[in-house]
Write a protein that binds this ligand. Structure first.
Ligand code: MOS
Length: 741
């Protein structure tokens, strides 16, 4: 048996060559003989009842094969958590309320034709008549009893209201020497993955309705298709080829159900490719939030109380809003001991585009608030921001706002210290940590500054949601193990999951990496692994692979040939939060991260250049350091876009800039000159080899770190994202900074 280590080494990605040479197939690259093309007709209205849907002109167009409407969907409902969205909106379906469109991304009809051009033309020929309904697009307005009601069984449009009632906030304010109040607003964010939605539906050689698509969880896509089409799982197969990025944006369905419907009814291959404009218009976004908060602390820096009210704009359907806002609820107080807390968080329906999963899952919004409040408190108390954090961070014995301790393995103190020290801008001293003064450029229109922020984020599903992952390990050979086949469904969305699966399997079995072959991304070949989300895949799949390998090795010893074992890993249970007090155990593991940002602000134009980011991230155990660095650099740049550039303009429920020419994401000219990754390894006992997750961590504190750096440079606090040049200039001028003449 080989003895060299297979984990903690930077092997090249197993999918690298094909992706670099272009040989790898993505969903839009598949073609089949006799295939037809699909085009979706979306809603034209933000909120309206469809009174008439006439497909006759469209059907008469030569080359049109079939048009599907609401009446064709057996169980006309969709939703990852709540079945609140019709698959197709319009008359003729049993689903109550399916004749109403509630946002512009509702799908109204599906055209299948001989060519994509004919399908597109026919989609426009479908006549839809609407009776407009009143709209509401602000979550605070939406919870008013007079607001239009989007879903009859959801009073006041409140999908979910979370509470925290811990200690006695009212009397705690008396103990506070300093109170900082703030109103924070964040915007929508578009996932901007490289590959727009696409797929191919067909009947496979065993008669299964098969959908080739990109997503984050093959078995969940299968389940949603089966629910809507009222079919048993063995009739439906979902396969992912390469996935061109996801970031949470592929958790919900886009083309899956309608492709399966068309392939099923027509028994011919059917293909669809969304344009970039369709992708931006018709998949969900990161939640915009508005937060009203106040934090009180004693002169010595000890936080005594936090109050916050958080409104999250969930858009017209839940998607994962109830869970996302749960995370915002936990993270809006940061990784700190808060003895007295009163938090109310609302996930609210509006007629905007649905909001859902996006890297950090509500956490970044919470962290922007918590960390900016901490930095403002530090200024008001005249205590260094690192020092203030270290005086308040949680440890294993602390009670979090949910009135229970965090899971074992709390490393936030070490993470902050390491980040501060590695940045070169902080030093510990007898009087505590102290930040150095940053040198200013000679150009008087430029100001430099540094800022720090930190965060925690759950690994795996929260709030009692069932959490598990399956893997199968097959050991082939006679006297020695000649090859290992691993079956694990977990999605490779570009993060390197499959490479670390192979590394972990090789390590667990004790063979060289080259002997391991991975079967994945196919419901017909694997059992469910859960989604590639919540920073969970290395942790969950690692535990499953490790468990299956141990069982297979035992069978090998018992002379089974091949030795095959299947194992389901289940982490410690989590719970929902008490509806009145918020008490509970929402998570089984956390990751911890801290970031320092160095920026240069042009005080004439408001343009903020990010010079350097230092990211310290406790990953538990690094399986592949280079892949972790890739995640850090990607997360930092994506977070930089969120913080400074990415402004989705949404007016009355309509996205006005669904193009990369007007929705600006960072390019190579914008990215930081340097991103320094500090990979810390404080293992957790339940992690495979000590692994925690890490994929969302680098995104979490970047916006508040940049906001703090802008303040350090200019003296101005900005509490609204994105901090575009326009926003920065207005804030500067309001303080009399950068006045010309
Ligand atoms: Mo991710 S936001 O947990 O898909």
């Amino acid at each position: 048996m080989a003895t060299e280590s297979r984990i903690g080494v930077d092997i090249p990605r197993i999918d690298a060559v094909g992706k670099v040479t272009g040989e790898t197939f993505y969903p839009s690259d598949f073609d089949m003989d006799g295939q037809l093309w699909m085009k979706i007709r979306f809603s034209d209205r933000v909120h309206a009842r469809i009174t008439r849907l006439d497909t006759s002109k469209a059907s008469a167009l030569p080359g049109v094969v079939r048009i599907f409407t609401a009446a064709d969907v057996p169980v006309n409902e969709y939703g990852l958590v709540i079945y609140d969205q019709p698959v197709l909106c319009g008359p003729g379906s049993d689903k109550v309320g399916a004749d109403i469109v509630r946002c512009l991304m509702d799908q109204v009809a599906v055209v299948v034709a001989e060519t994509p051009e004919i399908a597109a033309q026919a989609a426009q020929l479908i006549e839809v008549e609407y009776e407009d309904l009143p709209i509401v697009t602000d979550p605070e307005a939406a919870i008013s009893p007079d607001a239009p009601q989007l879903h009859p069984d959801t009073p006041n449009n409140i999908i979910k209201h979370y509470r925290i009632r811990k200690g006695d906030v009212e009397s705690a304010w008396q103990e506070a020497d300093v109170i900082i109040e703030g109103v924070y607003e964040t915007g929508h964010q578009e996932h901007a993955y490289l590959q727009p939605e696409a797929g191919l539906g067909y009947i496979d050689e065993q008669g299964r309705i098969t959908v080739v698509v990109a997503g984050q969880w093959v078995h969940e896509d299968q389940e949603q298709i089966c629910h809507a089409l009222n079919l048993p799982p063995e009739r439906v197969r979902v396969i992912y080829p390469a996935v061109g990025g996801a970031f949470g944006g592929r958790e919900d369905m886009s083309v899956q159900i309608v492709l399966a419907l068309a392939a099923w009814k027509l028994e011919r291959p059917v293909k669809i490719i969304w344009s970039r404009e369709e992708s931006i218009l018709y998949h969900h976004k990161r939640h915009p939030v508005r937060v009203y908060t106040r934090w009180g602390a004693k002169r010595n820096g000890e936080i005594v109380a936090v109050e916050a009210t958080v409104y999250g704009d969930g858009g017209a359907y839940n998607y994962t809003s109830n869970k996302v806002m749960g995370n915002a609820h936990l993270m809006v107080t940061g990784p700190y001991v808060i003895p007295n807390a009163k938090i109310d968080t609302y996930a609210v329906y509006t007629n905007n585009i649905p909001a859902g999963a996006f890297r950090g899952f509500g956490g970044p919004q919470g962290a922007f608030v918590a960390e900016t409040q901490m930095n403002r408190l530090a200024e008001a108390l005249n205590i260094d921001p690192v020092e203030l954090r270290l005086r308040n961070v949680i440890d294993e014995n602390s009670l979090m706002t949910v009135s229970t301790p965090p899971p074992p393995g709390v490393s936030i103190r070490e993470v902050i210290e390491s980040c501060a020290l590695s940045s070169g801008h902080w030093q510990p001293s007898a009087n505590g940590w102290q930040m150095s003064i940053i040198e200013q450029p000679s150009d008087p229109t430029k100001r430099r500054g540094i800022g720090i922020a930190c965060a925690f984020k759950n690994i795996g599903y929260s709030f009692g949601f069932p959490e598990q992952s399956w893997a199968t390990v097959e050991l082939h050979g006679t006297t020695e193990i000649e090859s290992v086949v691993v079956r694990a469904a977990g999605a490779e969305v570009g993060q390197g999951a499959h490479t670390v699966f192979v590394q972990m399997a090789a390590e667990a079995v004790g063979v060289p990496i080259e002997k391991v072959r991975l079967l994945t991304h196919d419901t017909a070949e694997t059992r469910t692994s859960g989604s590639s989300s919540a920073s969970r895949m290395t942790f969950m799949a690692g535990n499953a692979i490790k468990g299956a390998a141990a069982l297979a090795l035992q069978k090998w010893k018992d002379e089974d040939r091949p030795a095959i074992a299947t194992y389901q890993y289940r982490p410690p249970r989590t719970t929902t939060l008490d509806p009145e007090t918020g008490k509970g155990t929402p998570n089984f593991a956390y990751g911890y991260v801290a970031e320092v940002a160095e920026v240069e602000v042009d005080i004439e134009t408001g343009l903020v250049e990010v010079l350097r980011v230092i990211c310290a991230n406790d990953v538990g155990k690094a399986i592949n350091r280079r892949l972790i660095e890739g995640q850090v650099e990607g997360g930092v740049v994506q977070g930089q876009g969120y913080a400074l550039m990415e402004k989705l303009v949404v007016k009355d429920g309509r996205i006005l800039n669904p193009y990369f020419s007007t929705y600006l994401i960072p390019t190579v000219y914008d990215v930081p000159h340097e991103v320094k990754s500090i990979i810390l390894e404080y293992p957790i006992e339940i992690g495979p080899w000590g692994v925690r997750g890490m994929a969302e961590m680098p995104f979490m504190p970047i916006a508040p770190a940049i906001a703090a750096a802008i303040h350090n440079a200019t003296g101005v606090w900005i509490t609204k994202l994105p901090m575009t040049p326009e926003v920065v200039v207005q804030a500067l001028r309001a303080q009399g900074v950068g006045e010309i003449g």
